[in-house]
Design a protein around this ligand. Structure first.
Ligand code: G4P
Length: 525
């Protein structure tokens, strides 16, 4: 019973948004309201995402900051809350996708003036694929923005999900008066105050004339009309539909002004799902199973530059994880035990004795782990849903210092295990190719090879359109394809065949001329 209670207490989620919508601010305010931090400014804003130009010193600084804040936990209202941070910069979108495999729900932040932006749409698509329940926070209500009803339509269409407002903004911009919470029937008056929160006033009935005194007769009437419209247009909130990822509750507020955040947090702890089932290639895993299972969704190196240590972030999926107990590392087929597992509650990391489903634990790693690795009590399981995406930017990587060949190879190997980029080997000339989804990664790799592995690399340009994995049951056709395209074939890190298409036309022709070959655009197939 105690075990089940522990699981039911846990809420593990991520906040996602297009850069600048207010993700960092909202994260910080949630931590502030949750009592995890006491001063604003403890979570630094991800300035890197704001510069399109790359600056690897900045990346390094950011990496330092994001280590401390990439998992943030706190206790609130008898819940154990864990927020997983996601990088804002689009070049790190793969990191974000992987983080989304470790959460049970998501809060999407939208800027009221900008509406649904590109990155939001992409990330929401990943949530949809994984059936992850989402809540929407419409931010920056203290500024003028889009018509709210139109915005709600836009969210429904662009994110392909039904919406239901649970808190309603009264006016916006200069006329922003406050937020009415439809769920608990509370009115909170807006004050432009970044430090304090105004108390909520309970109104069971919106026709209460006292509301006029608080926000003025005109705003009160508008509020009544709008709420009436909301109640007629949108079906009643159905918590189960939210948990099935069919319905997104929507909140309005201004994160920087502490506004609407309490409403969001209080509703979140009440309705957000506790840890859900996880999918493996072999079977579905329930968090309530008594045997421990977990998987690595992120690896962070260089926590301390002097020790070149790495931390593997493991999501506990079922059972109880215990310190110093032997677990099976499925890919390596060996038993490992961990003497210093850490949790990420409060401001500092702490060594823990045990952990429950929903928890994220940090395991010190001397090079045993890769993204996607599974730990169990003996069962051969492989967690699915952590794909690598077909990269779109390529460069040959060459050794820049003949005396440091070993260091270079080790560095490349470990960086690939961390999921920084993908490595391919050209089958024709044996040259190594780095493939990424964003151009920043090339600089990250060069910089980290130098500073962490004392190795120098050189890049050479390589113009390719896409790399995709190929497979066929028709051996003859596959052999024929390989013979004709021998210059454009590579092997990935696992020795699987990859086609390097130099143009979209070449890819199209290949697909047309070799109908029995399947071309895959993610590594999981
Ligand atoms: P991100 O993580 O999603 O990229 O966004 P972030 O929180 O860094 O916020 C982006 C900018 O929007 C910041 O301004 C932040 O202060 C501002 N902001 C966040 N919430 C609100 C809000 O409710 N209303 C208004 N008006 N602005 C908001 P900045 O100038 O880039 O940074 P800063 O100097 O204010 O920190």
């Amino acid at each position: 019973m105690a075990f089940e209670k522990e699981i039911n207490k846990r809420r593990t989620f991520a906040i996602i948004s297009h850069p600048d919508a207010g993700k960092t601010t909202l994260t910080e305010k949630l931590l502030l309201f949750g009592g995890a931090i006491h001063v604003a400014g403890a979570v630094k804003s991800n300035k890197i995402k704001k510069t399109a130009t790359s600056d690897f010193m900045e990346i390094e600084k950011q990496r330092g900051i994001s280590v401390a804040t990439s998992v943030m936990g706190f206790d609130y209202a008898d819940r154990k809350i864990t927020i997983l941070d996601t990088p804002g910069h689009k070049d790190f979108a793969e990191d974000t996708y992987r983080t989304l495999t470790a959460v049970d729900s998501v809060i999407i932040v939208i800027d009221v003036a900008k509406g649904v932006e590109e990155q939001t749409k992409k990330l929401a698509e990943v949530c949809r694929m994984r059936n992850t329940p989402v809540m929407v926070f419409v931010n920056k209500m203290d500024r003028d923005g889009k018509d709210v009803f139109q915005l709600l339509d836009e969210i429904e269409q662009m994110l392909a999900i039904k919406v239901r407002p649970l808190a309603w903004g009264i006016g916006m911009g200069y006329n922003f008066k406050g937020v009415y919470n439809l769920y608990s029937k509370n009115l909170r008056l807006f004050e432009s105050n970044r430090e304090q929160v105004t108390p909520a006033i309970h109104f069971e009935n919106l026709n209460n004339s006292e509301i006029d005194e608080y926000i003025g007769a005109e705003s009160a009437q508008t509020l009544r009309d709008e709420i009436e419209l909301v109640e007629t247009v949108y079906p009643e909130f159905d918590v189960e539909a939210y948990r099935r990822a069919e319905l997104a509750p929507v909140f309005f507020g201004s994160a920087v002004n502490n506004f609407g955040v309490q409403e969001l947090l209080d509703t979140f702890v009440e309705i957000a799902p506790s840890p859900r089932n996880s999918t493996t290639k072999e079977r579905e895993i329930s968090p309530y199973e008594d045997k421990f299972t977990g998987f690595v969704f992120k690896i962070h190196a260089n926590m301390d530059p002097n020790h070149r240590d790495r931390v593997a972030f493991v999501k506990v999926c079922s059972g109880k994880f215990e310190r110093n107990k032997n677990y099976l590392h499925v890919r390596q087929e060996k038993q490992l035990k961990f003497s210093n597992p850490t949790s990420f509650m409060a401001e500092k990391k702490q060594v823990i004795d045990d952990a429950f489903p929903g928890d994220i634990i940090g395991l010190y790693d001397s090079g045993n782990f890769k993204i996607g690795d599974t730990l169990t009590e003996g069962e051969e399981l492989h967690f699915s849903g952590i794909p690598s995406f077909s990269p779109e930017m390529f460069r040959y990587i060459e050794n820049g210092d003949p005396l440091k060949f070993k260091q270079l190879n080790k560095g490349i190997d470990q960086l690939m295990d961390e999921g920084v980029a993908q490595l391919f080997t050209n089958q024709y000339n044996g040259r190594k190719i780095i493939g990424t989804v964003g151009s920043l990664q090339f600089e990250v790799i060069e910089y980290r090879l130098k500073h962490e592995y004392n190795a120098t690399c050189r890049y050479e340009p390589l113009n390719l359109y896409k790399a995709c994995w190929i497979r066929s049951t028709n051996k003859e056709q596959l052999d024929d394809f390989k013979k004709r395209k021998y210059q454009f074939l590579a092997l990935d890190k696992h020795g699987r065949d990859v086609f390097l298409a130099d143009t979209s036309f070449a890819l199209q022709m290949a697909q047309q001329n070799f109908p029995e070959i399947e071309f895959y655009f993610t590594s999981e197939f």
